[in-house]
Design a protein. Sequence first.
Length: 244
Amino acid sequence: MQFLSKKEIHLREILPEGYVDIHSHLLPAIDDGVKTVYQSAYIIEQFEKLGVKKIITTPHIMQEVWPNTSETIRTKHTEMQKALSSLDINVTLEASAEYMLDDLFYKRIKEKDIIPLHQRYLLVEMSTFNPPINLNEILFEIKLAGFTPILAHPERYSFYKDDINKFIQLKESGFLFQLNLLSMSGYYGEKVKNMAAKLLTEKLFDFAGSDVHNYQQFETLEKGFIPKYAKEISKLMRQNCSFS
């Protein structure tokens, strides 16, 4: 995979066959993602044109902001499946959630009211301002319930102040890491991009995900990445094939 003569590597060039996108916000009017069925269908169709056959979309569940229920997510998922079928878009769409590690999540994990990402995996996130005070307690409950947490976009948690040891401690405690591909596109700024590159270089990521909320983000993602990191990003995306 030689890209040194290129300025940017298009996503299509490094997308492995069998890639499953495990982080997006493509159920309409349920969080800060797409607003309509048509917006969702259009983005999913663009993924199909890239060769993506499966998407596990992950609406936010966050107390007081988007306290979505499992029933709400399943209803929206069924709605989107029908729309994709009627539009002849041949992408398998599954639905889970991106769970904020807050009191609502703590309640639901104890009640086993959870939609797994895949088998025994859960996609979780923390506030970008600070980690939960009871993080260890929440992690214990996740493990007790038999799940493995995948932490979304750790590169965006500025409260760790680029301290690589903090991230290593998180990994050792039981978290897997998911890179936001948009981070490597520079969508969130140079600081986040540099942190993502650092974690990528240290091989701390386990999976990747688009975290696409709208078509503007998809356009940014589609443009691709700088050659320096293209090979490592492609290797990481290959890990997602296990979600097929």
